[in-house]
Design a protein around this ligand. Structure first.
Ligand SMILES: Cc1cc2nc3c(=O)[nH]c(=O)nc-3n(C[C@H](O)[C@H](O)[C@H](O)COP(=O)(O)OP(=O)(O)OC[C@H]3O[C@@H](n4cnc5c(N)ncnc54)[C@H](O)[C@@H]3O)c2cc1C
Length: 342
């Protein structure tokens, strides 16, 4: 029988055993070591850690891990199988983020902002103050261990939280439950979750790239930087299909002058003939404008496919995987098997 390997987690000294055939994340959770994670099928990247010692393998290469990240020593815990004892550096909860809690959320408004995006406003009356870091997400708990993840779209302010929810045709929550919700309805949520947040302390120019509702956590991060004299230069690229999808266009344009050296570039993949702005894929537009990405702190959010392509291309253009952060909007599935990511 093969012996288990030992995994040591830094910072701190937590350690646990992992069998060669199980994922490192499964082993950690089984033994009460709370590694950050979300989708558990390699789509979102929440469980990325730095591998300080040892080797891992993957049965199938996870979409949310680029070759460049693996070469720079990163690994995805939900898919990695240990090939030796491991020492991993699991990024701690962002400074200023509270310990996750379960609480009631009262629906205040459900407002369609495009054919496929709903602005959901929630109030959390039972928490003394909402302490999350812009970029983090919450889980809406639907019972029987089922949940759906959504990023906070606003900077922390009182007891209110904004979500931007893309309707997935046939989706249990976004197409079934959400359109029926009325003001006053009560949901159960868990928050704040995740490690996606802006590292302004790196003093790097910020490059933010979003597709679709991936703009939500980026809006939250940028709102927190408005009128900040220490704000670094900010490039924001937002990829959408056509003009009708740009539900935050006016707001984002209005931030000119309130964010330092702010460049906002909407990029449409299926624009009408009247569109005079950028066309194509958002990651291509970035590279046309910024061929050298070696100095940037890069934040990618939205479609897992965009993120995978952007990571590969950006590292080839000098991006440092240690300064490349991503939140893939993959989906949650009860059995976590055979998931195709659009
Ligand atoms: C950390 C994190 C943060 C997120 N934040 C947001 C956010 O702020 N706004 C937002 O709109 N979404 C966000 N998502 C994605 C969102 O969680 C899913 O779209 C949502 O769970 C779908 O729930 P559903 O019950 O409607 O669909 P389900 O019933 O779970 O799914 C039905 C089927 O639809 C397809 N599907 C579902 N979701 C997606 C998707 N996102 N992309 C492609 N196909 C899909 C799959 O085939 C799936 O099997 C986030 C995801 C993660 C992991």
């Amino acid at each position: 029988m093969t012996r288990p390997f030992r995994v040591t987690v830094q910072p701190g000294a937590a350690s646990f055993e992992v069998q060669p055939e199980e994922s490192v994340l499964d082993a950690a959770l089984r033994q009460g070591v709370p590694l950050a994670h979300e989708c558990t099928f390699g789509g979102c990247g929440t469980c990325r850690v730095a591998l300080l010692e040892g080797q891992v393998r993957y049965d199938e290469w996870p979409l949310a891990l680029s070759d460049g990240e693996a070469a720079a020593g990163f690994a995805l815990m939900c898919q990695a199988r240990a090939c030796s004892d491991l020492v991993i550096d699991a990024e701690p909860r962002p400074a200023g983020a509270a310990e996750p809690v379960h609480t009631r959320a009262v629906v205040r408004a459900v407002t369609p902002v495009t054919d496929s995006v709903i602005h959901l406003e929630l109030e959390l009356p039972d928490l003394p103050a909402l302490q999350y870091v812009p970029g983090q997400h919450l889980n809406i708990l639907l019972g029987d261990g089922v949940h759906r993840s959504f990023s906070m779209a606003s900077a922390p302010a009182g007891h209110r939280v904004d979500l931007h929810v893309r309707r997935i045709p046939g989706g249990h929550f976004t197409d079934g439950v959400l359109p029926q919700l009325q003001p006053g309805a009560v949901l159960e949520v868990e928050l704040p979750l995740g490690r996606f947040h802006c590292r302004t302390q790196d003093y790097r120019p910020l490059l933010m790239v979003a597709t679709g509702t991936g703009i939500a956590p980026i809006k939250s991060m940028l709102e927190a930087l408005l009128d900040d004299p220490d704000c670094p230069p900010v490039w924001l690229y937002w990829g959408m299909r056509d003009e009708r999808d740009l539900y935050l266009d006016e707001l984002l344009r209005s931030w000119q002058g309130r964010l330092y050296e702010f460049s906002y570039v909407p990029v449409l993949s299926r624009a009408g003939s009247g569109w005079t702005g950028r066309r194509g894929h958002v990651q291509q537009a970035v590279l046309e404008d910024l061929p050298d990405l070696s100095e940037h702190g890069i934040y990618l959010c939205g479609s897992p496919a965009m993120i995978a392509e952007a990571k590969q291309a950006f590292v080839q253009h000098g991006a440092d995987p240690r300064h490349l952060h991503a939140d893939g909007f993959s989906f949650q599935q009860a059995d976590h098997t055979s998931v195709a990511i659009a």
